[in-house]
Design a protein around this ligand. Structure first.
Ligand SMILES: [Zn+2]
Ligand SMILES: [Zn+2]
Length: 187
């Protein structure tokens, strides 16, 4: 009956110990508290993760179409800044502008159809973007240099109005997040 019990690893201090009871998982009262506290922290963390996920789902459900559009614009602009991060300002040629924007050639207001067109948006210094309203004459010169005149003339044409559904917007967000990740991978 008095066969010595097999040694176990204490779940509190991780040291080997000889249990007094068959189901003992810890070597001491102190380790019992320590183990219980570790479990509690783990559970709290899991709960937080679960509720963050639920909150995110709930938030998505409550988002309006225009909020989705804003989110897409944000993700798209991030993509443009990443894509062009080694390029100078598209308008003035400043090689290392302090503040950079994603600048539209045809503005969102004047041509919303090209709002998410990759030929229409480039890294631009904040000065050109904001104070020179796009510095468009120089923007055009450099666009032609980059893509040729035909592409620029195409940008300047009339474009069919586009109305994205929320699902299409979500899909674009996914696409551009993927593209941003790709750039990170290829760095
Ligand atoms: Zn212990
Ligand atoms: Zn500039």
């Amino acid at each position: 009956m008095n066969k010595p019990m097999k040694q176990k690893t204490c779940k509190g201090c991780r040291e080997k110990f000889t249990p007094q009871r068959p189901l003992a998982q810890v070597c001491s009262v102190g380790c019992a508290y320590k183990y219980a506290e570790a479990n509690r922290q783990k559970r709290l963390k899991e709960l937080k993760k679960e509720s963050n996920k639920e909150l995110a789902i709930l938030k998505e459900k409550l988002m309006t179409r225009s909020e989705w559009m804003n989110l897409l614009q944000k993700v798209f602009n991030t993509y443009i800044r990443e894509r062009d991060k080694n390029n100078p300002c598209i308008s003035c040629g400043n090689p290392k502008p302090k503040k950079i924007n994603a600048g539209h050639y045809r503005s969102v207001g004047s041509c919303p159809e090209l709002r998410f067109n990759e030929y229409n948006v480039h890294l631009q210094c904040e000065y050109c973007n904001t104070y020179l309203h796009g510095n468009l004459i120089n923007y055009r010169i450099n666009l032609i240099e980059r893509y040729g005149e035909e592409r620029v003339k195409w940008l300047e044409k009339y474009h069919e109005p586009k109305k994205y559904s929320v699902d299409e917007i979500k899909q674009l967000i996914k696409t551009y997040k993927e593209k941003i990740k790709q750039i990170g991978v290829n760095k």
